[in-house]
Design a protein around this ligand. Structure first.
Ligand SMILES: [Zn+2]
Length: 218
């Protein structure tokens, strides 16, 4: 069982590094660093504010590498195979997303490819760029704070999981008309979605920002 410790509410005066603001309800608390295995939660809404984990950095890096490889493979391998009266066709995610790239729907094609492949890939690469120096106890990489902020800003636009759910629903609907089977990329995408969820749970954002506050490499 994990020990929890609430921090005390206080007033904000000027720019202070001894305060932490709850991202959920905006309550400001005086900062009390939890020990390993403990976590600090917001006393008003219960949002987890700080949850440091020993060796979490290496686990996040390993997961991020696995996610990057899976995204690339899942984009290129056949996603599904459709058979209708003897004719069979299999298609990869990138082929499907870019199928309309020479018509008026080119923007839709590019947006689809970005949301399900390129934005998730960019987030993984940005977090690797930020985390590898921190985990190796080196000063933060150049522009690491901007990279981490961009990675956080892209989070709502990373939609691989929505794509997998949408495909599953669409396939159930057309299963009466044609014989549909999943290719290797479908299972890669499904694994990928699970790994992203675990990765997000491991990442303590306060710990990353705290490490990035150390002087940058010149
Ligand atoms: Zn709160």
């Amino acid at each position: 069982m994990r020990a929890e410790r609430c921090v005390n509410e206080t007033h904000i005066t000027g720019l202070r590094t001894d305060l932490i603001v709850c991202p959920q309800c905006d309550a400001a608390w005086s900062l009390e660093r939890p020990d390993a295995g403990q976590r600090a939660v917001c006393g008003r809404c219960g949002e987890v504010l700080i949850e440091p984990r020993r060796k979490a950095g290496k686990q996040i890096i390993a997961l991020s590498l696995a996610i990057a490889i899976l995204i690339l493979a899942a984009a290129l391998f056949p996603f599904l195979t459709i058979s209708v009266s003897g004719a069979t066709n299999s298609v990869s995610v990138l082929q499907a997303a870019l199928a309309f790239s020479d018509g008026p729907l080119v923007l839709l094609s590019l947006a689809t490819a970005a949301l399900i492949v390129f934005i998730p890939l960019a987030r993984v690469l940005l977090s690797l760029y930020v985390l590898i120096p921190i985990v190796r106890d080196q000063p933060p990489a150049r522009y690491a704070a901007k990279a981490f902020r961009l990675s956080e800003a892209l989070r709502p636009w990373s939609m691989a999981e929505i794509f997998v759910i949408g495909c599953a629903v669409a396939l159930i609907k057309i299963s009466d008309l044609a014989e549909v089977s999943f290719g290797p990329a479908f299972w890669m995408f499904s694994t990928l979605v699970l790994l992203v969820v675990v990765n997000e749970a491991y990442l303590c954002r306060w710990s990353v920002w705290n490490a990035l506050n150390k002087p940058a490499r010149s």
